[in-house]
Design a protein around this ligand. Structure first.
Ligand code: HEC
Ligand code: HEC
Ligand code: HEC
Ligand code: HEC
Ligand code: HEC
Ligand code: HEC
Length: 494
């Protein structure tokens, strides 16, 4: 090593250490990319997260590797130009140099390991990224409430990606970017609790839902019954049976009645000031055939809505919980009472069960069973049926209330009706008007449904086709109030 360094002229500017490392990275990434593409083909490429790995993560590494290669070559060339013939190349590979040779062996070993690891890593990551499993289970802390509610819904067999990621290049890319963002926030543990609605990033619902549903199909009425219990000692039952006016078919229109909003001919657009679309302050209806337009607005909203925030109403503005229906404590308890899984022989069980579920002291899922048991034992001691009631309320809690994630019906409104949330009354009712003072149509109780029967026992034995006046089960109240001013899915009044 005593000889004077021999100035050398690299054959290629890429013949230097920095570029070699960059090349190793790039080849590794290319290798993973090829593997991921192959896996995508094999699996039908249904999984958006596989897409993220394939089209975002692997290319990012590839580009970084290539960039390092070019930087190495650039430095090498600059160095060679400046010191041409005077000094040995700083970064050049020289296989005659034992020191460099040793480095090369180490690098070679490292590169092989890197290739193996990236192959293994992509395979493993892919494995975890399998559709519903990844979306719901691996990200379980983040997504678990959605998965649990989804499994109980009518769409439990519809993959997450069917609704959340559409087919077609543009939606694919949107979902990729959005998905990558979610992965990053999940990794950094700074995702929202509760997770905010992704509605803006979803495909237009008609495209999703109409793969399976034909809105034209629900011509006519839909007969629905709700069974309730009051929160008195007797658990007094109260049922209401409604005929929903789905599509009255008037004027030869394809849609009228409730599914009128979903008719291809109708265009209802609205602007809500909040992300959850609860505070609607502006609505525009365009009749494309007649060429007419009507704008309804809230008295306090004077400006124009921002163009990019105007949303065209579609299926998920009413059916916003087709897959993640976080049921309210009130509804869950009543349903269990109807089924008989919660013994109605326990006096005031409606009230106690709801209260046990919504105790403020429950801050983690793990402490729920104990606190629920304490609450109910405190009220009923060892009355018959207590153990059954405790087990049932614990189950209902576990499947519908997720304290750590702050996810339950209180933060995820269901827009289909109007009892516990504003729902239809976001637009219907008295708050929105045209300049001429016209209110959004269908604000009478009987415009959307008629009451066929209400009450209990023999009250329900006969139906009134013409419809009944609503008899509120706890007596009359100020007509100016809307149902959701009092009802919130917990226990009302008293
Ligand atoms: C039938 C369609 C459909 C399917 C299937 C579906 N979702 Fe959703 N999801 C929705 C809609 C619609 C919303 C928006 C609700 C809103 O804005 O009110 C949503 C919202 C969400 C949210 C935001 C939080 C919330 O509850 O609003 C998450 C997270 C989510 N979905 C995850 C999933 C996962 C994970 C799966 C699969 C296990 C899945 N989704 C399957 C339609 C679907
Ligand atoms: C892959 C097919 C498929 C897609 C896509 C789909 N659904 Fe459904 N949906 C079904 C099936 C099947 C049922 C009946 C399930 C049952 O009877 O339990 C159903 C039931 C329903 C019901 C009534 C039953 C209930 O309990 O909710 C509504 C409302 C509904 N879907 C709305 C939607 C909306 C809104 C979308 C779009 C966001 C959608 N569906 C997308 C297949 C689908
Ligand atoms: C204005 C709100 C609204 C819009 C928009 C809307 N629906 Fe509905 N839909 C309802 C109501 C209300 C019911 C009655 C069931 C209920 O109250 O739960 C219903 C019922 C249904 C049912 C169940 C019918 C049955 O026979 O059981 C399906 C399926 C359905 N809608 C699909 C759709 C699809 C698909 C779209 C979009 C093309 C859509 N809906 C748009 C309000 C709406
Ligand atoms: C985003 C605002 C909005 C929401 C939310 C909304 N509607 Fe409407 N709805 C309208 C507008 C606007 C009209 C047309 C009013 C007019 O022309 O006077 C309308 C009309 C109707 C009509 C009369 C349709 C006909 O045959 O002409 C019915 C019935 C109806 N809505 C039911 C519902 C039900 C049920 C819900 C809740 C599940 C609901 N609406 C939610 C905006 C809304
Ligand atoms: C804009 C349409 C619309 C108007 C107006 C309307 N409703 Fe409803 N109502 C609905 C829909 C849709 C549902 C079904 C909710 C669901 O599927 O969970 C419903 C459900 C109900 C229920 C059953 C809810 C339950 O949980 O027991 C009652 C009771 C009821 N409405 C009473 C009334 C009364 C009283 C009025 C007048 C003050 C009224 N509604 C006005 C659309 C309307
Ligand atoms: C002024 C407050 C108030 C308003 C407004 C109100 N309710 Fe109630 N409601 C109550 C109280 C209090 C009870 C009795 C609660 C109990 O015994 O559990 C009750 C009970 C009920 C019940 C049976 C028990 C339950 O919660 O399931 C139904 C169904 C109901 N109301 C529907 C409605 C509907 C629909 C509207 C709107 C059209 C409405 N209420 C408006 C206060 C109100």
């Amino acid at each position: 090593m005593s000889e004077a360094p021999v100035p050398s002229r690299p054959k290629s500017a890429y013949n230097n250490w920095i570029s070699v490392i960059g090349a190793v990275l790039a080849v590794g990434a290319l290798f993973s990319f090829a593997l991921l593409v192959a896996m995508g083909f094999a699996q039908g490429d249904k999984n958006p997260y596989l897409g993220i790995l394939t089209y975002i993560v692997a290319p990012a590494f590839l580009i970084t590797g290539l960039a390092i290669m070019f930087i190495g070559a650039w430095l090498q060339r600059r160095y060679a130009l400046r010191y041409a013939g005077q000094r040995p190349d700083r970064w050049q590979l020289d296989l005659h140099n034992p020191n460099q040779r040793r480095h090369l062996y180490i690098l070679g070993g490292g590169a092989t390991l890197f290739l193996l690891l990236s192959a293994f890593g992509s395979y493993q990551t892919y494995h975890y990224a399998e559709s519903v499993q990844f979306c719901g289970e691996v990200c379980h802390q983040a997504m678990n409430p959605e998965l649990v509610t989804y499994r109980k819904g009518a769409h439990a067999r519809v993959d997450c990606v069917e609704c959340h990621v559409g087919s077609g290049v543009d939606w694919f890319v949107k979902a990729k970017i959005n998905g990558a963002h979610q992965l990053i926030s999940y990794t950094l543990d700074n995702y929202d609790r509760p997770i905010a609605t992704p509605v803006k990033n979803m495909r237009p619902a008609r495209e999703i839902c109409e793969q399976c549903h034909w809105p034209e199909k629900s011509l006519g009425n839909l007969d629905m019954t709700w069974d309730h219990f009051l929160s008195d000692r007797k658990n007094t039952p109260y049922s209401v049976r409604l005929l929903m006016k789905m599509d009255t078919g008037k004027d030869g229109d394809l849609h009228s009645g409730i599914h009128w909003h979903a008719s291809p001919k109708t265009k209802v657009e609205f602007y809500a000031t909040d992300r959850q679309r609860q505070e609607v302050v502006w609505v525009r209806v365009t009749d494309s055939e007649k060429g007419t337009e009507k704008v309804f607005r809230h008295a306090d909203f004077l400006g124009e809505p921002p163009m990019d925030q105007i949303r065209r109403m579609d299926c998920v503005d009413c059916h916003n919980r087709p897959a993640h229906d976080f049921r309210s404590a009130n509804d869950l308890v009543e349903e269990a009472m109807v089924r008989g899984t919660l013994p109605t022989s326990l006096p005031g069980i409606k009230r106690q069960a709801v209260q046990a579920m919504i105790q403020k002291e429950i801050t983690t899922a793990a402490e729920a069973p104990g606190k629920i048991a304490d609450h109910l034992r405190g009220r009923y001691k060892d009355a018959a049926g207590v153990e059954q009631a405790i087990a049932e309320v614990q189950r209902l809690h576990a499947e519908n209330i997720f304290p750590e994630r702050k996810a339950d019906w209180r933060v995820y409104p269901n827009n289909i009706g109007h009892k516990d949330w504003s729902g239809c009354f976001r637009c219907h009712g008295n708050t929105l008007q045209t300049a001429a003072g016209q209110k959004v149509g269908a604000s009478e109780c009987s415009s959307c449904h008629i009451i066929l029967a209400q009450g209990k026992g023999s009250d329900l034995a006969s139906l009134t086709a013409a419809g009944l006046e609503f008899k509120h089960p706890s007596g009359s109240y100020d007509e100016e109030l809307s149902c959701a001013d009092c009802h919130n899915g917990g226990i009302q009044g008293k």
